[in-house]
Design a binder for this molecule. Structure first.
Ligand code: GAL
Length: 832
């Protein structure tokens, strides 16, 4: 039967290139020359190569972040982190019966330009840093001896214009199957509910491969398990496959009273496909899918299961504090949950094929997705990247659109752009007839659309990035010109804000405006010109304040929705500043996922929960008597503000705005009371705090699964003696972990921090810091201790659980590999 082994643990890593790669095999010195290329002679990938001075690493791994060399020569757009080349080695033993198996090694993502060798044999190269890939290594592995895989990664080039990291930054696994097997990504499940909801037709395509040297009779059992884990339908077919051949089988199953996948109720079905040969099950493969309908309509926007749903979306890059691009599944899950809590229901994987764990979290938590290729390209390379994306991802119920690219200004309004988009859309329809395509077009949509139409190209769903020249009537104008064309705002707002920063004195950023920033940044409030404050009044020429962007999308039914740039800050794109800024300020949350104030504007508008958020903080010692702008984001009708018990006035909250007061500072307590229909619904207090006195550690989760992969995301807050977070504290903390866990990294969201994310020491930024701790596979209590000078230390205990319960990162299936060798040259190196 199929076995899937995680290969994430126990890798060795060396930063820099290795040029002497030949092995001193039987013929000794002469054949070590780098120009003597023979099969199986690659030294780094041979058992016995001396990697004793390489470091131990765990996949996912981002060596650019780990190397932590901030360098002003590296463009700020890429986070000013020095890039380069690195090598990985991993030794593994296979069970003895593996000689009868087909063996594949699967990589979910390596940034970028990787070459892989196994046991001295070159097995392939993969250029794209974002698509997943796999190699069949059956002929070059041994069951009786240890095996070695070596991977060279050249991350010195860019693919995008943001921080992209470097290394094996997504999961790796070995898959052992019978010679009769279901191909990797070999199932495609198309599920269609009846309009009356009584039943659903599920059409299953299964691609089977045989490596046997004779024809084989077999049965394919396709069993569908319902969201309750019970069988919901099945189909069995018998057939014969010729020697060394592949074939695609199609089956239909009817499911009675299907539970539909939706944003509020993400019901998941699972298809268990089993190949039975001579009465014995020889391969099994699981495909998670959902049953739902998606429609884009020129009048009503987006419809999910027949219901109109306004897309309240965000665009995101994959980058997080402490880990860079190597975001573990548990951290991706945390990020999607944070977005859901804000009321966000849609995610655009800008601008590249995402980590599978993002899509798994969106399926499980109920978040629709636009899945995007890296470039608009119809060469062999471009079409193969699109094919790879669609074949990998087409079973995810969360995906509602394939995006053929973003803002390709060099081609989008030209004949070549028309040809390329046309070829891509045609291929996407062929690979997945169940979904439509979009493309994120910037600049002037009307003339570009007109050009496309005149030249015979019709994108399925128009994707519009921003409003040119702040023309808020642009959606309406488009709809009037093309009343039969559905569209969405694929990229919007680009509001800039810095968590916890409200006044010029608290930052010297304004000294470092980039040339581009000087020309294109807009400060809508001249009071804070030059400062990217947390009020969210700064944006690029093409951008907007959150209130403006949402109003434009909300106003008309025919606008499918919007995708705010971005859900989270990411490294790079430090606009409008340059060095020493290294992190963007576009996020609704910072790089750690700590909400900025504008998070609550969206939450107030995007959820039906009562929301009242008051800011700024109230620690302005030395500014007594000075006027401070106090704002409330809220979905209450009215908010009344009190300073130390005295009313500063009751204000109506405009639907696309906020309540605002100017208050002369005096220490004490600001209190906001939120009213609906004149009834008091919510109060919110912001108080002047005392000096830093203690560290408070907290986490949403205190139980982890001891699977080497699960991660606890811990907030470290600097608090006063009363337990109130000190909003401007930048206390330097030192973290230590006791028990079966490991410190993975830290972050604080400060866009100018050059502190090492992998160090155990980290300053707070505006009172907060984040620590990521991973289980090391053993059960027991993990204790994180945080210490700092002059304050009481903080402690938190997280339990690492060895039970078989599926983890929060439950999509990962883990199996221990047999003990690995260290790679030291020794007697086991037979034949050398
Ligand atoms: C868009 C672009 C994004 C990002 C954003 C910043 O034009 O598609 O990748 O650069 O601008 O505002």
């Amino acid at each position: 039967m199929r076995q899937t082994w995680s290969l994430n643990t126990d890798w060795k890593f060396c930063y820099g290139d290795i040029t002497e790669t030949n092995y001193d095999a039987v013929h000794k010195e002469r054949y070590r020359q780098p120009h003597w290329i023979k099969s199986g002679n690659h030294g780094v990938a041979k058992w016995g190569y001396d990697d004793s001075d390489w470091i131990d690493v765990h996949i996912p791994h981002d060596f650019v972040l780990e190397n932590a060399e901030y360098d002003p020569q590296v463009p700020a757009s890429h986070g000013s982190l020095k890039k380069g080349i690195g090598w990985y080695r991993r030794t593994f033993k296979l069970p003895v019966d593996a000689v009868e198996k087909r063996i594949c090694i699967e990589f979910d993502g390596v940034f970028r330009n990787s070459s892989v060798w196994v046991n001295g044999h070159y097995v392939g190269a993969h250029l794209s840093g974002y698509t997943s890939f796999a190699y069949d290594i059956t002929e070059v592995v041994h069951a009786e001896e240890p095996n070695v895989v070596a991977v060279r990664v050249d991350a010195s080039e860019f693919e995008g214009w943001w921080y992209e990291g470097g290394g094996i930054y997504r999961d790796v696994r070995l898959v052992l199957t019978d010679s009769l097997r279901i191909q990797q990504r070999g199932t495609f499940v198309k599920a269609k509910p009846d309009p009356d909801g009584e039943k659903a037709l599920v059409v299953i395509e299964t691609e089977v491969a045989s490596h046997y040297e004779q024809a084989i009779s077999f049965e394919l059992h396709s069993i569908i398990m319902g969201p309750d884990g019970k069988p919901a339908g099945k189909s069995v077919v018998s057939t014969v496959i010729s020697a060394d051949d592949t074939m695609t089988l199609t089956q239909s199953v009817v499911i009675q009273e299907p539970l539909l996948w939706s944003i509020d109720s993400p019901e998941l079905y699972s298809l268990k496909s089993t190949l039975v040969k001579g009465g014995e099950a020889v391969d099994t493969y699981e495909t998670v899918f959902g049953i739902r309908t998606i429609v884009f309509d020129a009048e009503r926007g987006f419809l999910l299961n027949g219901q109109q749903v306004k897309l309240k979306g965000v665009c995101c890059h994959e980058d997080h504090a402490g880990v860079g691009m190597a975001v573990p599944a548990a951290v991706n899950e945390f990020r999607i949950r944070r977005l859901k809590e804000m009321g966000c229901n849609a995610y655009r994987t800008s601008h590249n094929p995402p980590s599978p764990s993002i899509l798994e979290a969106c399926d499980r938590l109920g978040m629709v997705v636009i899945d995007e290729v890296r470039q608009t390209d119809a060469t062999n390379e471009g079409l193969s990247q699109l094919t790879s994306l669609i074949q990998r991802d087409r079973n995810h119920p969360s995906i509602i659109l394939w995006s053929l690219g973003n803002e390709e200004m060099n081609i989008q309004g030209k004949a070549s752009g028309v040809r390329i988009l046309h070829a891509m859309q045609k291929l996407a329809h062929k690979l997945d007839p169940t979904r439509k395509c979009t493309y994120g077009m910037n600049a002037d949509w009307l003339p570009i659309t007109r050009y496309h139409e005149e030249n015979g190209f019709h994108i399925d769903v128009h994707g519009f990035n921003y409003m040119m020249r702040r023309n808020w009537d642009a959606y309406n104008q488009f709809h009037k010109a093309y009343p039969d064309k559905p569209f969405i705002g694929t990229e919007n707002a680009s509001t800039l804000s810095t968590r916890g920063v409200y006044r010029k004195s608290s930052t010297d950023c304004s000294l470092n405006l980039s040339e581009h920033g000087k020309v294109t940044a807009i400060w809508s409030n001249p009071k804070r010109e030059g400062l990217v404050s947390a009020y969210g009044e700064t944006y690029p020429l093409w951008g907007a304040q959150p209130e403006e962007a949402w109003k434009a999308a909300e106003e008309y039914d025919f606008v499918g929705g919007l995708f705010v740039w971005t859900g989270f800050d990411y490294r790079g794109e430090t606009f409008p500043y340059e060095w020493p800024s290294v992190i963007s300020r576009y996020g609704i949350m910072d790089l750690c996922g700590f909400p900025k104030d504008i998070y609550y504007y969206y939450q107030a508008r995007w959820t039906s929960r009562p929301v009242l958020h008051l800011f700024p903080h109230w620690n302005w010692a030395g500014s007594e008597g000075e006027m401070v702008d106090v704002w409330a984001f809220s979905n209450m009708d009215e908010v009344e503000l009190f300073l130390n018990g005295n009313s500063a006035g009751r204000r109506t909250v405009p639907e696309h705005g906020h309540a605002e007061w100017q208050v002369a500072y005096e220490a004490g307590e600001l209190m906001a009371c939120g009213y609906r229909n004149n009834q008091l619904v919510l109060t919110e207090v912001v108080a002047t705090t005392g000096e830093p006195a203690q560290i408070l550690l907290s986490s949403e989760r205190t139980v982890l699964i001891a699977d080497h992969e699960d991660v606890c995301i811990i907030q470290a807050a600097i608090a006063d003696a009363a337990g109130r977070i000190v909003p401007n504290a930048d206390t330097l903390m030192t973290f230590s972990v006791e028990g079966p866990g490991q410190l993975m990294g830290t972050g604080n969201g400060n866009p100018e921090s050059h502190e090492d994310d992998k160090s155990a020491c980290r300053s707070a930024f505006q009172g907060l810091c984040q620590v990521l701790v991973r289980t090391n596979g053993a059960g027991g209590d993990i204790r994180l201790i945080a210490q700092a000078e002059g304050v009481k230390r903080g402690e938190i205990v997280i339990h690492s659980e060895t039970s078989n319960k599926r983890s929060i990162a439950s999509a990962l299936k883990h199996a221990e590999l047999l003990p690995t060798g260290t790679g030291q040259r020794d007697a086991a190196d037979g034949g050398v």
